[in-house]
Design a protein around this ligand. Structure first.
Ligand code: ADP
Ligand code: ZN
Length: 617
């Protein structure tokens, strides 16, 4: 969440500076001509000056309006003219001239001496602008302060801005993550009736850590808890704590807890806890390190210090629990962990229902089918999908959102915007068509691979020239060795089709090959699916940010590393042989499908099965 920023810009400063200059030009500094002493003396002699004020350093006075020709050089006369016919002041440096008074008296010029009294000049020339600046600064700071703390309010938490007295979110708005929701019901109950728990001496949870991928609905859940319990919701993001001055973050934490306790019962929500609570000592960045540590220490102190029976519950969200400082997870701190999973098929359907509540759907729209086509989507993706579909239908001036709009939206969300305008040569198109046909046919012929939903050679995004979209028959949590091998085969299908048809290969298969290699590596190193290496796992060493470029420490020998590489190569080359056999046997089908693709650009499951029918049965 971003705070609403007041539209405060540098223009305020520009306007203020201009205004100040105008004030000075018009009020504080009327035109004053600088004269040399000799010019001054000749003016005195002709009686062209009046109202002389003789100070210690300078002599000033008023110039006569006319008759100055010949007394002043031409450029000074021109300058005076430019300023118009008004009264012209002048000033000249005072020279030690004993004859001055006599001359003035001879010319009958009125003059006064002055005691060196600078307070008025000082006031006008210095104090007033300074006051204006201070006032302006205070004004701007107050404005900034309203928006986000500002410099005058260092340490006054931004939480003030984020506080929502009622979030208006209820558990009905959260779908598809029932397990997490169930666990949080208890918290709601506690916030509603704290005395009931206190009476029985029950221990009240202080901190709840929500763990899950971005967009799975962690913030939404925390808001729903506050909404259901009807308590204020204070929220902050871990990255907000990291401030430019050491000590500010810590002050913010203190202030946040103070505010939350004053409003108890309440919920404090810290998003991106990992930004703040990274294990101390991991990857000390460039500066900001001490600052984070101080802030973290303050947070720990607050967690320990406050009395949970007052009804303040701290919720925090992270998608990287493994990097959190263990101190945060100790009893009495974030000791409850609630996992927020990616939604499964049923869950996705429920989330779609929530988000289509306010959308007019055409009769043919099947949310179950949409859910089936969007494995891996999280709540935020699905919300985005519904919105895209609704926008698409609106653009087409439809009265309701149709299934076709959802299809289009899925394509958009999955693979970036379609770029029909991108030009592809006929030769390229042919290669891409055969490549995708290879993927699709291997997928259809391998019993454990996901069925093909759609094949397209319309380029989308930056990299993909075509794609084959598969539709899992069910969500899979476990995969066998045979499942994985079928997937590797499908990935190689594109490359092998190019080999067979054109006798040459293109760069288009790079991503497929990388994914196939990754999969083979996981099979060997993580899942111990290779017979040679036995049951041990060989986690790939994690590179920390400090070691980029260097080789990270490995926990196995060089010999083992070589054996792993050999196994990976073995898996890939065996797959290569298998896929080559398959596609050589079905070469004519590959060619027929590629032709259909070149014609239609998009081939759906039905058309594909029609083509493959005789082959498969
Ligand atoms: P996170 O905090 O986990 O990154 P958010 O809670 O900010 O995710 O989710 C962003 C948006 O996605 C929500 O405002 C909501 O519209 C939608 N969303 C996410 N998860 C769900 C869900 N389980 N049910 C309904 N909507 C969801
Ligand atoms: Zn491919």
């Amino acid at each position: 969440m971003e705070p609403k920023q007041k539209n405060f810009t540098v223009w305020y400063f520009v306007a203020a500076a201009v205004a100040l200059m105008l004030v000075q030009a018009l009020v504080l500094a009327p035109h004053v001509e600088n004269l040399s002493y000799s010019e001054f003396k000749s003016l005195v002699a002709k009686g062209k000056v009046t109202n002389l004020v003789i100070a210690k350093q300078v002599i000033s006075g008023t110039l006569a309006a006319d008759g100055l020709e010949g007394l002043l050089p031409k450029e000074k006369l021109d300058e005076l003219k430019r300023y118009g016919n008004g009264v012209h002041q002048f000033v000249t440096a005072r020279v030690d001239d004993p004859a001055l008074v006599a001359d003035l008296e001879a010319a009958r010029v009125r003059f006064t001496g002055t005691v060196e009294n600078t307070w008025l000049t000082a006031l006008l020339g210095w104090v007033v602008p300074a006051l204006v600046f201070v006032g302006l600064w205070a004004f701007l700071m107050r404005r900034m302060g309203n928006a986000q703390g500002g410099l005058l309010a260092i340490g006054k938490s931004r939480a003030k801005v984020y506080v929502e007295t009622s979030t208006g979110v209820s558990f009905d708005d959260v779908a598809g993550i029932d397990e997490a929701r169930g666990e949080l019901m208890e918290i709601v109950d506690f916030l509603k009736r704290p005395e009931r728990y206190r009476r029985l001496g029950g221990k009240i949870p202080k901190g709840v850590l929500l763990v899950g991928a971005p967009g799975t609905g962690k913030t939404l859940l925390a808001k729903a808890v506050a909404g259901e319990a009807k308590v204020p919701f204070f929220s902050l993001s871990g990255s907000d704590f990291i401030e430019m001055f050491v000590g500010v973050g810590a002050a913010r934490v203190r202030d946040l807890f103070e505010q939350a306790q004053a409003k108890a019962p309440s919920i404090v929500f810290i998003d991106e806890l990992d930004a703040l609570g990274k294990a101390r000592g991991i990857a000390p960045g460039f500066g900001g390190h001490d600052e984070r540590e101080q802030t973290l220490n303050q947070l720990l102190a607050e967690l320990d210090g406050f009395d949970s029976s007052k009804g303040v519950i701290i919720m925090a969200a992270t998608n990287r629990p493994e990097i959190l400082d263990p101190a945060l997870l100790r009893p009495g701190r974030f000791d409850r962990k609630v996992v927020v999973d990616r939604p499964d098929l049923k869950g996705r359907e429920m989330i779609l229902r929530v988000h289509t509540r306010g959308v007019t759907l055409a009769p043919g729209v099947d949310l179950t089918a949409i859910a089936a086509r969007t494995p891996g989507f999280v709540g935020a993706d699905l919300a985005n999908l519904v919105n895209e579909a609704a926008l698409g239908a609106a653009r087409a001036n439809k009265n309701a959102v149709e299934m076709a709009d959802f299809d289009e939206a899925i394509d958009r969300v999955v693979g970036g915007l379609e770029r029909r305008s991108r030009l592809i040569g006929p030769r390229e198109k042919e290669i891409v068509a055969h490549h995708e046909a290879g993927h699709a046919i291997v997928a259809e012929l391998r019993p454990r691979a996901d069925r093909v939903h759609k094949i397209s050679i319309i380029p989308r995004g930056i990299a993909a020239l075509g794609y084959t979209e598969q539709e899992p028959t069910e969500d899979r949590y476990l995969m066998t060795r045979a499942d994985l091998l079928d997937r590797v085969d499908v990935l190689l299908g594109g490359r092998v089709a190019e080999e067979i048809i054109f006798g040459d290969v293109s760069t288009g298969a790079a991503d497929d090959l990388r994914r196939a290699t990754d999969m083979a590596r996981h099979m060997v190193a993580q899942y111990s699916m290779s017979e040679k290496l036995g049951l041990a796992t060989f986690e790939e060493p994690r590179q920390t940010f400090l070691e980029v470029g260097g080789s990270a420490a490995r926990e196995y020998s060089e010999a083992t590393a070589q054996a792993i590489d050999v196994e990976i190569a073995g898996i890939l080359s065996a797959a290569h042989v298998r896929v080559r056999e398959t596609l050589t046997a079905h070469r004519s089908t590959v060619e027929a499908l590629a032709k259909l693709l070149i014609d239609k650009e998009v081939v759906n499951a039905e058309q594909l099965r029609g083509l493959l029918g005789p082959v498969l049965s």
